[in-house]
Design a protein around this ligand. Structure first.
Ligand SMILES: NC(=O)c1ccc[n+]([C@@H]2O[C@H](COP(=O)([O-])OP(=O)(O)OC[C@H]3O[C@@H](n4cnc5c(N)ncnc54)[C@H](O)[C@@H]3O)[C@@H](O)[C@H]2O)c1
Length: 176
C-alpha cells in the first residue's frame, strides 16, 4: 500500500515508518520537522516537509503521493503550549430539555417522549425501566447541581413541571 505517515519524523512516527517499510509498503512521511528529525526517516521513505495545518501543502502532498492510508501521528505534544492562551470552562450538561429540542434525535429523553406522545405513540423504555442506560452507555448516572451552586452560584430557576409544560406547549405549537 501507499501510506502517508503524518509526524513520520518523530519518535513514534519514525518507528511506524520503519516497520511499514519493512513490511514492504511504499511510505512517505509528512512532517514539519518542528521536533522530528530528518535522520529518523527511513532511507526508503520519502519526506514531504510541510505543516499539517497548511491546507495547500497537505493537498499538494495528497495529490502527489496519493496515499491509500494516512496514519496520523503529527502533533504538538507539549500541552503546556495550549494552556496559557486558553482560559476555558467545561460544562457537563445533564439531560437538558426545553423548547427547540429535536424530538427525532438520539439525545433528549423529554423531547423524544413528548414527540411520541403528541402523536399518540408509546415511548419505548429499554429493559425493565429500572436500569439507567442501554448497553454501551454508562451504567449509572446521577445528576446533582449542588457543586454548580456552590462554585458558580447557579441554580435552576424553572421547576421541572413548569419546564415540562413549556416544552409540551412549544412542541404542540411547532407541530413536532
Ligand atoms: N510519546 C508518548 O509517550 C505519547 C503518549 C501519548 C500520546 N502520544 C501521541 O503520539 C503522537 C506522536 O508523539 P511522539 O512522542 O512521537 O512526538 P514527537 O514530537 O516525537 O512526534 C511528533 C511529530 O509531529 C511533527 N509535527 C508536529 N507538529 C506538526 C505539524 N503542524 N505539521 C507537521 N508535522 C508536525 C513533529 O515534527 C514530530 O516529528 C502525538 O500525537 C502524541 O501526542 C505520544
Amino acid at each position: 500500500m501507499r501510506i502517508l505517515v503524518a509526524g513520520g519524523a518523530g519518535f513514534i512516527g519514525s518507528h511506524v515508518v520503519d516497520r511499514l517499510v519493512e513490511l514492504g509498503h511504499e511510505v512517505a512521511a509528512l512532517d514539519d520537522l518542528s521536533t522530528g528529525q530528518r535522520e529518523f526517516i527511513h532511507r526508503d521513505a520519502r519526506l514531504f516537509e510541510a505543516d499539517i495545518t497548511d491546507r495547500d501543502a497537505v493537498e499538494a502532498c495528497l495529490t502527489e503521493w496519493k496515499p491509500e492510508v494516512v496514519d496520523h501521528h503529527a502533533a504538538q505534544i507539549d500541552v503546556r503550549h495550549l494552556l496559557p492562551r486558553l482560559d476555558y470552562t467545561v460544562l457537563r450538561y445533564p439531560n437538558v430539555y426545553g423548547p427547540r429540542q429535536n424530538p427525532h434525535g438520539e439525545e433528549g429523553v423529554n423531547a423524544i417522549f413528548i414527540g411520541l406522545m403528541l402523536h399518540g405513540k408509546q415511548p419505548r423504555i429499554f429493559g425493565t425501566g429500572e436500569q439507567l442506560p442501554r448497553a454501551g452507555e454508562v451504567q449509572r448516572i446521577y445528576l446533582d447541581a449542588t457543586r454548580a451552586e456552590r462554585v458558580l452560584g447557579w441554580r435552576p430557576r424553572t421547576p421541572f413541571p413548569d419546564g415540562l409544560a413549556k416544552t409540551i406547549a412549544w412542541s404542540r405549537a411547532a407541530g413536532v
